[in-house]
Design a binder for this molecule. Structure first.
Ligand SMILES: Cc1cc2nc3c(=O)[nH]c(=O)nc-3n(C[C@H](O)[C@H](O)[C@H](O)COP(=O)(O)OP(=O)(O)OC[C@H]3O[C@@H](n4cnc5c(N)ncnc54)[C@H](O)[C@@H]3O)c2cc1C
Length: 384
């Protein structure tokens, strides 16, 4: 399936993005504020409901369409981090929620009346070793009572609902890695100040991320998704989609960096010649272009497999790895091409450069993808 098949979506998203130029993002970045108007425009146009089935009010599109939406946002110089999770977090609810839960939440998520864009997995003391997480939810009658702490829970202050992964059974008794973890849908509107505290976590980029403290938060048992103790598997199910979509954002960044650098390299005259005539300037851009094209092929392959319902773990991971590297190299080449002006805030390059750096670390770090490929694709001994 080619991107051209979604030319209308690409054009529609790009047209919305034109209303949100660099100055909009620079101001928000300075103030570490949330891009409300941008998210509202995408919601109104229906793009954030792309993956929700039509029976629940969404567009029922394949993952590849969402991939094009996110790539187009980033290729336009905008950033989808404020709302990308609205596209895919609901996947866990869709695949593993009860009919009653889906009826209750999905139509309102599709219309944008409910924001489900916070996903609380990472904890300060266990990091990437998710199966060892410590936040615990204890069943007491018709409720679960939660104690613990999460870190880097992005957009919690801009969400109505949050997906929470918490321990309901001891790690030591787990038959399989990850057994004993459960997924809950937390209604943040009813929880803040009642055993749940959210604190902003200022970061290198404007990501509206937070720390969350649980001290006796009560969650109705009806908000448990699927079976108790199986939550880790449910979360794993959604990770391939997330990786493909984040890779698409990285691709968009790479396209923006290369286009911006090429335009500048053609017009900036130093030593009586355009700087782009020098191989030292030209070659890093040519290499970044080749890497981006290659990464795009892997993103398309992974999305095609995902949409066909086939296993796409290796491809989703490789797509994320290759696209993150392509965007980082393109960012470096773009910044270097601009010389000192690359650091001037008004060019937006330093902002995009900081933003694209994240893809080496989140949602999964480069090393952990390499470890996955080493173990699961190359059949080498597990390294950790
Ligand atoms: C801006 C931002 C937003 C985020 N948003 C969210 C969110 O919304 N929800 C959420 O749950 N999390 C979120 N995260 C967390 C993110 O997923 C983690 O930061 C990431 O998975 C890495 O985990 P860690 O920071 O604990 O690093 P660690 O696990 O402590 O790892 C540190 C470094 O060591 C390396 N390392 C660790 N173990 C190994 C090994 N066995 N072999 C080789 N290298 C290894 C890693 O690659 C990494 O470079 C966000 C993070 C950031 C920075």
């Amino acid at each position: 399936m080619s991107a051209e098949e979604y030319a209308e979506i690409r054009a529609g998203v790009t047209a919305i993005c034109a209303d949100f130029p660099g100055a909009y993002w620079r101001d928000l970045d300075t103030q570490q504020q949330y891009p409300e108007a941008f998210v509202a425009a995408l919601t109104k146009a229906g793009y954030l409901a792309a993956l929700i089935p039509e029976e629940y009010g969404g567009a029922g599109l394949p993952l590849r369409a969402a991939s094009v939406i996110l790539e187009a946002i980033h290729a336009s110089g905008c950033n989808a981090a404020a709302c990308h999770a609205q596209l895919y977090i609901m996947g866990t609810l869709l695949r593993h929620g009860s009919p009653a839960q889906k009826q209750r939440f999905l139509p309102k998520i599709a219309s944008g009346d409910l924001r489900l864009q916070a996903f609380a997995v990472t904890e300060p003391s266990t990091g990437t070793d998710t199966t060892q997480l410590k936040t615990r939810a204890e069943r007491k009658g018709d409720r679960y009572v939660v104690h613990g702490q999460k870190v880097w829970t992005s957009r919690a202050l801009q969400s109505d609902l949050m997906m929470l992964l918490a321990r309901t059974g001891p790690a030591a008794q787990a038959k399989r890695r990850g057994d004993g973890l459960s997924v809950f849908l937390v209604d943040l509107r009813q929880s803040i100040g009642k055993g749940l505290e959210i604190r902003p976590l200022p970061a290198m980029i404007n990501h509206n991320t937070t720390e969350i403290f649980f001290d006796g938060l009560e969650i109705p048992a009806e908000n448990l998704i699927g079976e108790e103790g199986k939550g880790f598997r449910y979360i794993l199910d959604g990770m391939n989609a997330e990786r493909i979509l984040i890779a698409s954002e990285a691709l968009g960044d790479a396209r923006w960096f290369i286009r911006t650098a090429v335009d500048y390299a053609k017009t900036r005259i130093v030593f009586d010649r355009p700087i782009g005539q020098n191989q030292g300037v030209q070659f890093p851009l040519a290499r970044a272009h080749a890497e981006t094209e290659a990464a795009e092929l892997m993103v398309r392959k992974a999305a095609t497999l995902f949409d066909a319902g086939e296993d796409c773990g290796p491809e989703a991971n490789m797509a994320k790895l290759l696209a993150a590297d392509a965007s980082w190299h393109a960012g470096e080449a773009c910044l270097q091409t601009h010389g000192g002006f690359g650091l001037a805030r008004e060019y937006d390059i330093e902002r995009k450069w900081r933003e694209t750096r994240l893809f080496q670390i989140a949602p999964i770090s480069t090393n952990l993808i390499l470890a996955y490929l080493g173990e699961h694709v190359l059949d080498l001994p597990r390294s950790y």
